[in-house]
Structures are given as structure tokens and as C-alpha cells.
Design a protein around this ligand. Structure first.
Ligand code: NAD
Length: 499
């Protein structure tokens, strides 16, 4: 069976660890590959390679770094079908959704192509007589990225294009559940002309991650994954002097006001709750209906729409709306959440348990599930399920809905559906969440803005890509220079001030 190894110094390198994890096709449940779980020493070797490459890569002009990004973008586009097929075969999301993920990743590459402009810095002429001051955005050195299973192309592409374009070198640790897409991206970077050692991949688990968090040469760590691990990454890497951005889990609420356009609400909610089988950090998992009339209508219309949904293998034609979950373990976890919702007294309107797909008996399928009368304190309300399970919470007023969202521990994304500008504006101003949609269910910022949540959805001050991405992967150096030297004055023993 194929063992996915590492990609170090511009080539595939087998791991000698002797430890591996299985990679499955979630639609069939068949094992397709194994992925190496690298040793601490192998991870250190990747870091050392990146450190060596930094010496020359950081001196390459921004224009030439951008040219490699332009070429990489072309190559990803030319290989998009193959990459999307890889995503579907290891993650399970349907093919068109996999292509959509690639497009969103490519938008960050396009953003990174603008690095000569983005990294220009600041300049002040004559801050004193004959004295100029300028600030340069310098690359950091070796940066590390650790990514989750749910976006094996897009999330790494939130990180490495900006980091590399800024002049850093990179060590990526993909999810062990679907490592192949990131490996293919590494090959395409080499084909695009990226010098060997600038982008490296180490496959592995906690053993390799711990090296990335503690090795002296690593300057910055980007992480996306679940909140407990994000918190661990943030505290460990920060304690070792690194700059860290660690994005965690989510529980995204959508408020439905009585004046919202019903058909827009239903079509938006269907995609936002069940697209990618709910395995999106920006998926809507809670619909907060203001008033019983709104809730009754929504439950009736959603039930009718769910009945029309197709679920199956994401590579079949016609394409189903939704594929399987990523693993048996994860599907079982989602099923146990549905059990707990029933036990805790929520009304199970559509039951996705015991869901079977023809000829795919061993696939990790859970059908779309809808709960009504979900209440604060229930596990299905408080915890992130990360599956095709939508909870409807009934409230009596907009204020109650807002309070509910602000009281939740997560603050990644949220949305409000209304035709009232005053309510929408009040919501944008007062909701304690990082990414907010108004009549937009999944308000993922474009690549030229930054992506990140609040509260326990993000640890660290800077969001990903966009302006924050450039800030995260650079550090400022400010130079104050006096020319010509003939203007030099005598020694000054008091605090220097510009005259
Ligand atoms: P995860 O936290 O289990 O794993 C993420 C990464 O951390 C993987 O590479 C994994 O190998 C590594 N890891 C796991 N356990 C570790 C440990 N003990 N020590 C060190 N490293 C460890 O997350 P997942 O299940 O792959 O992804 C789903 C989660 O990611 C969900 O919670 C989802 O909300 C979150 N997510 C968040 C965002 C966001 O933008 N906030 C985006 C995508 C996914």
C-alpha cells in the first residue's frame, strides 16, 4: 500500500519512523493509503532545510517571488480536476465543493501575487534635518503551519502563499486524515520554480507538531483545528517565544427575523447547514428563530427541502448534494450527538441516523438532521458537532437572540436575515463574533480581507490572510538615516529629539 511520506528540500522523502496512520475513502470506507507519522528528528531535518533555504529565499526580490506565485496559480488551475478528485477521495466532500475549496485557496495565491505592493512598508522624508525614516516589513524566517482535515487545500493555502511571498520559508504539517492534496500542491510549487527547501511538508501527529512548536528556528506558527488543540498550540508555541495564530472551533448562529424573505432564508440555510456535510468551520449549526410563527414555517419548509436532498459518493454523477463524513470515528461521534439531543429533550424533526447509501454500505454517511426546540445547556447546543445537524432555537425577541450568540463560548461566524436596516446595523455593531453576514449565510471574507473569529474561536491577535496575514508573516524594521554625513552634529547626551 502507498505510504505518503514527507516533502523536504523539493523532493519526496520516505519516513523511517515505522509509524503510520491509515487514509480512507470516506464514501466507501476502503483504506486507500497510509500516511507516515514522522519522528521528531525528521521534523527537525525539515526545519533545518527550511532554515538553510531562508538564507537565499529572503534575498529574492518581491517581484520574483510574486512571479513564482503567478506560475503556481496557473499550475493549480491546470490541475484543478485532479486536485479536487484527491480532496473528494480522502475528505468525502462532493467534487464541485472540492473545486470551490480550491478556488477559495487560489484567491489567497492571487492576493499573494500582489506582494511587491503589500510589502512596501512606510517612508518619511526629513523627519529631522537631512534625516529620513523608513519601516521595512522583513520576513520572519522559518514559519510552520498545522492544518485540519476539513479543507486540505484551502486552509494550507490560507497560510503558505502569504508566508512564502513575504520571503519566509515554511514547514507544513497537514491533517493525517487527508494528506495527499497538500503533497500535490508541494510538487506544483516546485514545478512553478520555487527553490528547494522553501516549502516543506512533514506528515505526522503530536510528535512532529511538538517539534514545530518548540524548535528554536521556527519563528511563527499558524494553526487551524479544534479549540482544545488550538489552545494547546497557542500556549506551547507562545511559551517558546513564537508568534502564533491558532484558529479553533465554532458554533455559528443565524438569526431569522420575522421580516426576513422566507425563500432566501431556506435556500441559504440548506447550503450553510448541510453543505460539505456540515464539516465547515463557517457552517450554520444553529438557526435562531424570532417568534414561534417564524420557527414553525422554517421547520415545515426545511423538512420539505431536506426530503429533496441527495446524499452519496461525491464523485458520482449526477452529483449528490452532500457526501459522507470524514471518518468512521467522526460519523459515530455525530450520531452520538443526535442520540444526546433526543435524550436531552430536543424535538428530532428529521433523523439522519441509520442512513444508507446504495452500494456504499461501509461509507461514513449520516443523513441531514433537524432538531427543533433546542435549548441552552443541551450538549447539541453548547458543543461543536461538525456534522449535518441543524438545531432550531426559538426566542421571543431580537435582543434575546443577540444575547444567546454573545453568551456562547465560540465567536467564529454568524448571520442575520432581515429586511430591516436598523436591526442589521445594530447586530453588526453589537454581536461578539469575528465574521458577520447580513442576508449572507456564510460570510467568509475574501482573500484581501482577513479571516478569523473571536472568543474561543481564535487564539492570538492576528487573523489569517489579507492585511493581517502580511502583518503576521513579517516583522517591522525601522531605519533612521542621516545624509549627507556633513550634517552630522556633535554628541548628544540628552534624549535625542529631531531639530
Ligand atoms: P484537530 O484539532 O483534531 O486537528 C488539527 C491538526 O492538529 C491536525 O493536523 C492534527 O494532526 C493536529 N493535532 C491533533 N491533535 C493534536 C495534539 N494533541 N497535539 C498536536 N497536534 C495535534 O482538528 P480537525 O478534526 O482536523 O478539524 C476540525 C476542527 O477544525 C473543527 O473544530 C473546526 O471548527 C476547526 N476548523 C476551524 C477553522 C477556523 O477557521 N476557525 C477552519 C477549519 C476548521
Amino acid at each position: 500500500m502507498t505510504i505518503v511520506g514527507n516533502y523536504i528540500g523539493g523532493q519526496h522523502v520516505a519516513s523511517a519512523s515505522g509509524r503510520t496512520a491509515p487514509v480512507f475513502n470516506p464514501a466507501t470506507g476502503a483504506q486507500s493509503k497510509e500516511v507516515a507519522l514522522s519522528t521528531a528528528d525528521e521534523t527537525r531535518a525539515a526545519i533545518a532545510t527550511a532554515q538553510e533555504a531562508f538564507k537565499t529565499w529572503s534575498k529574492v526580490t518581491p517581484l520574483n517571488r510574486a512571479r513564482i506565485m503567478f506560475k503556481f496559480k496557473e499550475l493549480v488551475e491546470a490541475n484543478a480536476d485532479e486536485l479536487a478528485e484527491l480532496i473528494t477521495s480522502e475528505h468525502g466532500k462532493v467534487f464541485s465543493d472540492a473545486k470551490g475549496e480550491l478556488t477559495r485557496g487560489l484567491e489567497v495565491v492571487e492576493f499573494a501575487c500582489g506582494i511587491p505592493h503589500l510589502q512596501k512598508g512606510e517612508h518619511s522624508l526629513n523627519v529631522g534635518r537631512g534625516v529620513d525614516s523608513y519601516s521595512q516589513m522583513m520576513p520572519m524566517g522559518v514559519c510552520a503551519g498545522i492544518s485540519p482535515f476539513n479543507f486540505p487545500a484551502m486552509v494550507p493555502m490560507w497560510m503558505f502563499p502569504v508566508a512564502i511571498a513575504c520571503g519566509n520559508t515554511f514547514v507544513m504539517k497537514p491533517s493525517e486524515k487527508d494528506p495527499s492534496t497538500t503533497m500535490r500542491l508541494a510538487e506544483l510549487l516546485t514545478e512553478a520554480g520555487l527553490p528547494d527547501g522553501v516549502f516543506n511538508i512533514v506528515n505526522g501527529d503530536k510528535e512532529s507538531v511538538d517539534v514545530l512548536l518548540t524548535d528554536e528556528a521556527v519563528q511563527a506558527v499558524s494553526f487551524v483545528g479544534s479549540t482544545p488543540i488550538a489552545e494547546y498550540i497557542y500556549s506551547t508555541a507562545s511559551a517558546h517565544g513564537k508568534r502564533v495564530q491558532a484558529l479553533g472551533g465554532a458554533k455559528n448562529h443565524m438569526i431569522v427575523m420575522p421580516d426576513a424573505e422566507p425563500s432566501q432564508v431556506i435556500s441559504s440555510l440548506m447550503g450553510a447547514a448541510y453543505g460539505s456535510a456540515g464539516e465547515r468551520c463557517m457552517a450554520i449549526s444553529v438557526a435562531v428563530c424570532v417568534g414561534d410563527a417564524v420557527a414553525d414555517h422554517l421547520i415545515k419548509d426545511m423538512t420539505a427541502e431536506i426530503e429533496k436532498m441527495s446524499v452519496g459518493n461525491g464523485m458520482t454523477s449526477p452529483e449528490p448534494h452532500m457526501g459522507p463524513l470524514v471518518s468512521r470515528v467522526h460519523a459515530d461521534k455525530v450520531l452520538s450527538y443526535i442520540d444526546s439531543g433526543v435524550e436531552e429533550g430536543a424535538t428530532l424533526v428529521v433523523d439522519g441516523r441509520n442512513f444508507k447509501v446504495v452500494d456504499h454500505d461501509n461509507g461514513y454517511f449520516v443523513g441531514p438532521t433537524l432538531f427543533d426546540n433546542v435549548k441552552k445547556g443541551m450538549r447539541i447546543y453548547e458543543e461543536e458537532i461538525f456534522g449535518p445537524v441543524l438545531s432550531v432555537v426559538r426566542v421571543n425577541s431580537y435582543e434575546e437572540a443577540l444575547q444567546l450568540i454573545n453568551d456562547h463560548e465560540y465567536g467564529n461566524g454568524t448571520a442575520i436575515f432581515t429586511r430591516d436596516g436598523d436591526t442589521a446595523r445594530n447586530f453588526c455593531e453589537n454581536v461578539q463574533v469575528g465574521m458577520v453576514g447580513v442576508n449572507v449565510p456564510i460570510p467568509v471574507p475574501m482573500a484581501f480581507h482577513s479571516f478569523g473569529g473571536w472568543k474561543r474561536s481564535l487564539f492570538g491577535p492576528l487573523h489569517m490572510h489579507g492585511p493581517d496575514g502580511v502583518r503576521f508573516y513579517t516583522r517591522m524594521k525601522t531605519i533612521t538615516a542621516r545624509w549627507p554625513t556633513g550634517l552630522s552634529a556633535g554628541p548628544e547626551f540628552s534624549m535625542p529629539t529631531m531639530k
